[in-house]
Design a protein. Structure first.
Length: 438
């Protein structure tokens, strides 16, 4: 945390003016705390026959407010609060959650009443930096607004009960408006919609209105135009359940602007294994394709549950923009459910999604937590797949592996969930890429 102290002397001549006090917001700030103080009253003893009393007299009233570098009024709270907090996801009442954009911010000091001798206003600013941490969420859920069974308020509560840090609301061809998002402590709700078409489904994440007009498109050119517009506007675009028999994706992916491919949709089944194989073929062909997952939750059934699967992302903060940044970068892995099962890979302080220049002797640290007896850790690279560990019992596992050459590395944990079924993926990571040095 870093701190900054500012002092502003306000003269009686400035009474009735709004003064601006600039300060620099450091890069990578997650939270701003502002505290200000000045002499509000004077107090003098008064002797009376009954004893001594203190007579207080109002000396100064200084109001406060905050303006972001783009001129947006983040808030103004008169003189009623001396402590103000702002972050991208929450703020003191009277202030808006706002990204803490680096650059020149301004404090509004309203010189409402100023004593004849003037007043010193001292301001302390505390900046809490962003610290990357693993967050768990579900990027594909439906509400009552389309064919889901729960209104968003219930779904949000449901998400917290499952221990989720975020959900993306992806109703068919319509976005639930941000203004109607319920406030649930500790849960980030991400804007989205599932572009749902007879020839393919695709999640557009992060925007209320990714494209103008309607979702309809009757030829590849019209589909390309929608994707191009949404992508240009900043939507994160996911090709959903590409191999699902009734809802597979029929358009040529190479002709579309998109970011991610949803390789794990709902319960693990042949269509997901096929999507993983298709993704792996893209990776083997040299494409740095990032994958994602989502439960496609509609209602609780034997097969379908919220956060099955869920995505773990290493995000700089719990703001929607930082979560989507991590999703886009592939700093993530997917698990069958939010359990304690974890798989972490560290190479030179970097993890999944990173592109590193390969060098001789490069080491990768692998750490697995909460494996079940019989769980298999599989390493998939340019050269193929190799089982590197079978858990002899419940517990963790740690090892260091030599990166033998330029390649991509991704990992899977395979588990026998039911003795009458073959093992299936319990966890799938995004790759880390080891690039050939020129
Ligand atoms: Zn779908
Ligand atoms: Zn869906």
């Amino acid at each position: 945390m870093s701190e900054m102290n500012l002092l502003r002397h306000i003269t009686p001549a400035e009474q009735g003016l709004y003064l601006l006090l600039p300060f620099e917001m450091p890069a990578n700030s997650a939270r701003l705390d502002l505290h200000y103080s000045y002499q509000t009253h004077t107090s003098e003893p008064v002797n009376t026959p009954e004893g001594q009393f203190a007579r207080t007299r109002r000396l100064n009233i200084v109001d406060i407010g905050l303006i972001a570098p783009d001129g947006f009024q983040v808030g103004a709270s008169g003189s009623s609060r001396s402590e103000i907090m702002v972050s991208e996801v929450s703020a003191t009442p009277g202030y808006q959650p706002h990204p803490l954009t680096p650059g020149s911010w301004q404090i509004i000091l309203g010189a409402y009443v100023i004593a004849p001798e003037g007043v010193d206003v001292s301001i302390t600013l505390e900046f809490t930096p962003k610290v990357p941490r693993w967050l768990c969420g579900d990027l594909h859920v439906h509400t009552l607004a389309s064919d889901g069974s729960l209104p968003l308020e219930h779904l949000a509560e449901h998400a917290r009960i499952h221990g989720l840090d975020f959900i993306a609301v992806t109703d068919h061809n319509q976005a639930v408006k941000r203004a109607s998002f319920p406030k649930v402590e500790g849960l980030t709700i991400i804007l989205g919609q599932e572009w749902t078409h007879y020839k393919g489904h695709s999640n557009f994440l992060g925007l209320e209105q990714p494209y103008q007009g309607s979702f309809i498109a009757n030829n590849p050119e019209e589909v390309q135009a929608i994707f191009r517009e949404a992508h240009k506007n900043g939507a994160l675009i996911v090709i959903n359940h590409p191999c699902e028999s009734n809802f597979s994706f029929h358009y040529d992916l190479d002709s579309l602007d998109y970011d991610l491919i949803e390789v794990w949709n709902g319960p693990m089944r042949p269509a997901n294994l096929e999507a993983v194989a298709r993704w792996d073929a893209m990776l083997k062909a040299g494409r740095k394709q990032v994958a994602t997952c989502g439960s496609d939750y509609h209602e609780d059934t034997f097969f379908q549950r919220l956060a099955s699967p869920c995505i773990y992302v290493l995000a700089d903060s719990n703001s929607d923009s930082d979560i989507l940044k991590a999703v886009k970068a592939g700093r993530s892995y997917f698990a069958f459910s939010p359990t304690k099962l974890q798989l972490l890979l560290d190479v030179d302080g970097q993890t999944f999604g990173a592109s590193l220049a390969w060098r001789e002797g490069m080491q990768a640290s692998l750490k697995a937590l909460a494996l079940e007896k019989g769980d298999i850790i599989r390493l998939i690279t340019q050269e193929g797949a190799k089982d590197i560990f079978t858990a002899p019992e419940k517990g963790g596992f740690e090892t260091s592996l030599l990166v033998t050459g330029p390649s991509y590395w991704r990992l899977e944990v395979w588990r026998t969930f039911y003795s009458f079924l073959p093992p299936m993926p319990a966890l799938i990571t995004n790759p880390i890429w080891f690039d050939r040095t020129k």
